[in-house]
Design a protein around this ligand. Structure first.
Ligand code: SD4
Length: 343
């Protein structure tokens, strides 16, 4: 079931425009960065350099603009946690993106409810779930982490806290999202299908800063037309996001219920801890998921993105279609993830 084919097109057009917008000066900077990248690669292979910092990676094509915002802070020596929250604020405030923040598709009752979490290299973490009326749930999650003794606030409590922190109460249901919801109401069928990527586009982002501090964020409006109160994987520490500065971090996108079952992000980090690369850790977790779930996994999508503590990145999904945005050495690029099953 294709919930809103135009949503994806909007994202791709925006990505292309963003790449086109790079000026000649930017291009020269990028070209310079490429030769610098070559030198860095050589130094690394000679064992002189350990990390690729700064580096930032995020899910999906809209991650390109989000990475650019995070990158601005990272190159100035900013903290990775600030960078990831600033990065995802871009899609969160974009009304044309129907899967994150403002403009997110509502639940079956017409309410836009948002899930988000953050985590840093020291295992500090914060989360909000089923938060209404606040455009930047990731920033609220960071406040939960920094200003409360708790990890997670939900619903009314999360909203009350956000307002106390000075966040503005807003209507997040755009006219376009409301029209799509009213169209859906005519049949009121909810059945996640293999065309999942038109329905599920969470942004998860991981960044390593110049001081080799690794942080992550995950933010989403969750599944369109979900039951009111449904919480996905995205605000669950260990499912939608996990970071351990000793090892690396992971985040995910796709059908949240499946990610929660396998504590997906935590599983990837633990696989890296046991010696796997970021790439083979993602592959091992998806393969184990499929082996354990078999028929029940058919038609579902699970997408994993990881970065180890040195900035090496891995990505893998169950089904085709998962892309991610990588920014390293000042070069912004979209990469296709490898996958296990054909559609
Ligand atoms: C959820 N995992 O709420 C989220 C949706 C998603 O890409 O990932 N979209 O289930």
């Amino acid at each position: 079931m294709c919930i809103n084919p135009s949503a994806r097109r909007v994202n791709l057009e925006k990505t292309n425009n963003f790449v086109r917008m790079l000026s000649r000066k930017d291009f020269l900077k990028l070209t310079g960065a490429v030769s610098l990248a070559g030198m860095l690669g050589e130094a690394r292979s000679q064992g002189k350099l350990k990390t690729k910092a700064p580096v930032v990676v995020s899910t999906w094509d809209f991650g390109l603009e989000a990475n650019a915002a995070a990158w601005e802070l990272l190159v100035k020596g900013g903290y990775s946690l600030d960078a990831v929250v600033a990065g995802v604020a871009i899609p969160e405030k974009d009304p044309a993106i129907n899967t994150v923040g403002l403009g997110g598709f509502p639940d079956r009752d017409g309410r836009v409810t948002l899930d988000a979490c953050v985590m840093d290299e020291q295992l500090n973490c914060g989360s909000v779930a089923c938060l209404e009326h606040i455009m930047h749930p990731a920033a609220v999650a960071k406040q939960v982490m920094e200003k409360t003794p708790h990890v997670m606030l939900t619903g009314e409590g999360a909203l009350k806290f956000a307002l106390e922190q000075g966040f503005k109460k807003e209507n997040l249901l755009t006219a376009q999202a409301e029209a799509a919801w009213k169209e859906w109401l005519k049949k009121s069928e909810y059945s996640p299908s293999p065309n999942w990527e038109l329905n599920h586009d969470t942004i998860g982002m991981l960044a390593l800063d110049r001081q080799n501090r690794l942080s992550g964020v995950c933010t989403t409006s969750g599944m369109a037309w979900k039951m009111h109160g449904r919480v996905g994987d995205s605000p669950i520490i260990g499912a939608g996001l996990y970071v351990d500065g000793e090892v690396g971090g992971a985040t995910c996108s796709g059908l949240g219920e499946e990610m929660i079952r396998i504590a997906a992000s935590h599983s990837v980090v633990e696989a890296m801890r046991s010696g796997k690369s970021a790439q083979s850790a993602c592959e091992a977790v998806i393969k184990r998921y499929y082996r354990r779930r078999g028929e029940a996994a058919k038609g579902k999508q699970v997408c994993l993105l990881a970065m180890d503590k040195n900035g090496n990145v891995g990505a893998y999904s169950l089904m085709p279609g998962f892309v991610y945005a990588l920014t390293c050495n000042g070069v912004h690029e979209i990469r296709k993830a490898a996958y296990l099953l054909d559609a």
